[in-house]
Design a protein around this ligand. Structure first.
Ligand SMILES: [Fe+2]
Ligand SMILES: [Fe+2]
Ligand SMILES: [Fe+2]
Length: 326
């Protein structure tokens, strides 16, 4: 990340926004993955901004959601300026120790705060973008303080060496775990694919908001599936990650960065088979899981995807029925 960029032209502005976007994708993943690699309601901390006691894991997920909103804001502005939002992603890491993940998270926050605050805008050139960068930067300042407070609390508990949940290689033989990993990967891809179209159609408010609703559903399903993986004795995987000798996982491509569909019809058509595929995988998984809490949760996810399929079929048919709608 090249800090202190000089912003004079539209190209400079789009470049800054895309650099920030690639960062925001990475952290929205990284924080959620870090959160789902630590135990629930074990590490409480005093939040320096909210002035209350919070579960570090729950707040880390919340910060990941803030980052997703940053990504969305950046992508919409890039599209409105005539640019193409990047779906490439900065590197994502997971360390074996919870503390090391939080240290990285805090360091990342400070680095990105500096990117947003150090950009040198030519006076009066892009006042709203300059304003947006400053506004986002103060979310990052808050995040940095929150991560610091989490680390202090974990240290005070004497839990600096506490480990993340680990992937269990034996689970590779279990079809339900394998399928849930695959479904979770598809949920992630669909969440981003919908977001791409939200950005693409941001000028068409009813369409973009419908697509946004579906994207959020997929984000929630991805998030809930990460919790189910722990109940199944596993942990959320990082796509395309490599693990070094110290157990540190690193991925330069934790999500697909190309999604088909450059216009309305192509985008709407591409969503149908993607939803159908996901529905088929959930139906198969539900048949393998015994009745109970996990099955009930999976049925909720399946229900939402069936709803998406219904909506998407009609969005496509309606668009096709109108002359001059491109
Ligand atoms: Fe952010
Ligand atoms: Fe942040
Ligand atoms: Fe769906």
């Amino acid at each position: 990340m090249n800090n202190s960029p000089i912003i004079e032209t539209k190209e400079d502005a789009i470049k800054l926004l895309n650099t920030a976007l690639e960062h925001e994708w990475a952290v929205s993943f990284e924080y959620t993955i870090h959160a789902y690699s630590m135990p629930k309601e074990k590490f409480f901390y005093e939040d320096p901004v909210m002035k209350n006691t919070n579960d570090a894991r729950a707040q880390t997920i919340q910060i990941g959601i803030d980052e997703m909103y940053h990504a969305l804001q950046l992508g919409i502005i890039i599209t409105q300026m005539g640019g193409i939002p990047s779906f490439k992603c900065d590197e994502v890491y997971r360390y074996p120790k919870i503390m090391d993940n939080l240290k990285r998270d805090k360091k990342t926050e400070d680095m990105v705060t500096d990117l947003y605050q150090s950009a040198k805008f030519k006076e009066g050139a892009f006042p709203e973008i300059q304003n947006m960068a400053l506004n986002i930067s103060y979310d990052e300042v808050r995040h940095s303080r929150q991560f610091t407070a989490m680390m202090e609390a974990i240290k005070a508990m004497g839990e600096e060496e506490a480990l993340c949940y680990q992937h269990n290689p034996k689970n590779a033989e279990k079809e339900e775990v394998r399928l849930l990993h695959e479904i979770t990967r598809l949920e992630n891809a669909l969440m981003h694919r919908y977001l791409k179209y939200v950005m693409l159609f941001s000028g068409h408010q009813d369409l973009s908001q419908r697509l946004f609703k579906n994207s959020i559903d997929h984000m929630r399903n991805w998030d809930k599936n990460s919790g189910i993986l722990i109940k199944m004795g596993d942990v959320i995987a990082i796509e395309n990650a490599e693990k070094d000798a110290d157990g540190v996982e690193k991925s330069t491509q934790p999500m697909p960065y190309i999604y088909e569909g450059k216009n309305r019809m192509e985008a709407l058509k591409a969503l149908l088979p993607a939803e159908e595929k996901l529905i088929g995988k959930y139906e198969k998984l539900i048949s393998l899981v015994e009745a109970g809490e996990i099955q009930d949760q999976l049925k909720k996810h399946l229900g939402l995807d069936r709803e998406h399929l219904f909506t998407q079929k009609w969005l496509l048919k309606n668009a096709q029925s109108i002359k001059n709608l491109t």
